[in-house]
Ligand binder design. Structure first.
Ligand code: FES
Length: 300
């Protein structure tokens, strides 16, 4: 018997895998020594939107939508033919009733195959997986900073914050105007959105971190939530620590399984002052700024 993907039951199209306990580094007291169940289901694509190499798929997925929290992700089987073999991780981008959306940029074979799927087709998904953002600790004036496709989980977070009575400021940056495909959606929803492009083709001309830094003169966020390229988040992390703004970052990683079985996603994270290798898929992908050991820090 495969001890790491032990089939437990199948009910209403939802299978559950029960993962046995693993010893190891324990982040912030999260106890993964207890067994953890992973939902597997077939989700119908009920809406598809694409533009400039970006795509949003809305999936009918009640087993994911019910328990989903902003910052969590799903693993999607992008091919029915065994290649590519591994599922791909996608942040949950939105939830509407029993549906969830994922938003992604077409960057390789996996995302290209997924972007070719049509409304009405089904995809095999696992989730929701991982640990999300601390919505309840956002305070009254949170700031969300998304770089490129990193905006994906922040839209779900913005929706949940609004549902909790908190209006976030959203900073959204990309290389060019074409890299900000969700700007209209965010503005249509009435969020305060601050745009930046590296080439100056839309909004502030420069990096989103510079824009955020400039706004700090007149705006003091109670908490910062961010997702995007590692260099962007590393800079934001240093700024948040310097300014004393509590911050959380959603880290990207290559993932083989998404639920703690393959050790393909490990990263150095601090816990009580000591750094240890932990699995991003289980104990993240969201971590506090002070706990992340950035690659730049490692290089010195
Ligand atoms: Fe397999 Fe994290 S992706 S352990």
């Amino acid at each position: 018997m495969n001890t790491h993907s032990h089939y437990v039951k199948k009910l209403s199209g939802v299978s559950k895998f029960l993962l046995p306990p693993r010893p190891g580094f324990c982040y912030r007291g999260l106890n993964f020594r207890k067994a953890m169940a992973v939902n597997r289901s077939q989700a119908k694509i009920i809406r598809k939107w694409s533009r400039d190499g970006y795509c949003t798929l809305t999936l009918e997925a009640p087993a994911v939508a019910g328990p989903a929290r902003p910052g969590q992700f799903i693993m999607v089987k992008v091919s029915d033919h065994g290649h590519p073999l591994l599922r791909r991780p996608f942040s949950l981008h939105a939830r509407q009733g029993s549906n969830v959306s994922i938003f992604f940029q077409v960057t390789g074979l996996g995302t290209s195959l997924l972007a070719r799927k049509a409304e009405g087709e089904e995809v095999d998904i696992l989730g929701p997986l991982g640990q999300g953002f601390s919505v309840g600790e956002a305070g009254t004036k949170p700031a969300l900073v998304g770089g490129g496709r990193g905006i994906a989980p922040l839209v779900f977070l913005a929706d949940e914050l609004r549902a909790a009575g908190v209006e976030p400021n959203v900073f959204y940056g990309g290389k060019t105007a074409a890299d900000l495909p969700l700007r209209e959606e965010l503005e249509r929803q009435g969020f305060d959105v601050f745009l930046s492009t590296d080439d100056g083709s839309l909004g502030f001309g420069g990096l989103v971190t510079e824009l955020f830094g400039k706004r700090l003169d007149s705006f003091r966020p109670t908490r910062l939530f961010a997702c995007g390229p590692e260099a962007m988040m590393e800079n934001l992390s240093a700024l948040s620590l310097r300014e004393g703004i509590p911050a959380e970052f959603s880290l990207e990683s290559v993932m083989g399984c998404g639920f703690g079985a393959c050790w393909g996603c490990v990263k150095k994270i601090r816990h009580r002052g000591a750094a240890g290798w932990i699995k991003i898929c289980q104990e993240g992908p969201v971590f506090a700024a002070e706990d992340i050991v950035w690659d730049g820090e490692e290089r010195g």
